[in-house]
Design a protein around this ligand. Structure first.
Ligand SMILES: C[S@@+](CC[C@H](N)C(=O)[O-])C[C@H]1O[C@@H](n2cnc3c(N)ncnc32)[C@H](O)[C@@H]1O
Length: 244
């Protein structure tokens, strides 16, 4: 147990690189961008969906898989109607992200580990959350209680359209098919779209969070930075499924 209160359960022999997962720079960029509140509406929608589908007043055990620096876990604690009965956990392969998460939320428990081998007992969780992160179906099935819920957040068709216009000649809408693990069926979904107006530095941070950042050369970066009053559409899909 580190002094900041997190556990590091990623043994050196399971690391494929010295700094697995997102780098410190990526984590910082994401934290600054998220803390500015640009994705808060989505975080509130996650919380509302969790509250709406609660079936018991008993403690609800929730795990954020690939939690990064724990933004969603903090938002859930902040906005839930019954946060006292939430037992919040987060796991990520990036140690610096988990360290930042643990420092900011004493009530939640964070572990450095891979989603491929999650260090929790079978059928412990009521809900697993996956926001823009990889996961492993067999582990999802093992960790969830029977009847447990899986909440996945993915980009909707027009997510970051205006940012992608700087990079691609012909921007294509994202596919929205979501592959659910075996024996899971969808019980709820929600699309959230709105526009954001990040300043030039925040645009750079947002770009860092995307899988297409590497395609932007210096010229494109300058165009994105210098654009006047750039409005960017965000488009999120929340898909809630149940383990039958
Ligand atoms: C795009 S980020 C999303 C982070 C956070 N959910 C968010 O939306 O702000 C993906 C995260 O997954 C983590 N990650 C990548 N591979 C992983 C693995 N095998 N196990 C656990 N986490 C992993 C990365 O370190 C990173 O924090």
């Amino acid at each position: 147990m580190a002094k900041e209160g997190y556990l590091n359960l990623l043994p050196a022999q399971h690391k494929k690189s010295k700094e697995p997962g997102d780098s410190r720079a990526m984590m910082r960029a994401r934290r600054n961008f998220l803390e500015a509140g640009f994705y808060q509406e989505m975080a509130k929608a996650i919380t509302a969906m969790i509250d709406h589908h609660r079936t018991t007043d008993a403690m609800m055990h929730i795990l954020d898989m690939g939690c990064g620096e724990g933004y969603y876990s903090r938002q859930i604690e902040l906005h839930s109607k019954d946060s006292v009965h939430l037992d919040l956990h987060g796991i990520d392969i990036a140690k610096n992200a988990i360290l930042a998460a643990a420092k900011k939320q004493a009530r939640a428990r964070f572990i450095v580990a891979s989603n491929k081998r999650m260090p929790y007992a079978d059928h412990y969780f009521d809900l697993l959350l996956r926001v823009y992160a990889p996961s492993n179906d067999a582990e999802v099935q093992r960790l969830l209680k029977p009847g447990g819920l899986l909440l996945i957040v993915t980009p909707g068709p027009r997510h970051l359209w205006q940012l992608r216009e700087f990079i691609y000649k012909d921007v294509k809408a994202h596919h929205t098919d979501i592959a659910l693990p075996k024996h899971f069926s969808q019980i709820d979904s929600q699309q959230i779209t709105y526009k954001i107006q990040p300043d030039p530095d925040q645009r750079m941070a947002l770009l860092q969070m995307t899988p297409f950042a590497w395609r932007a050369n210096q010229e494109i970066l300058a165009q994105i930075k210098q654009a006047d009053n750039l409005e960017i559409e965000v488009d999120f899909l929340l898909t809630l499924s149940k383990n039958s």
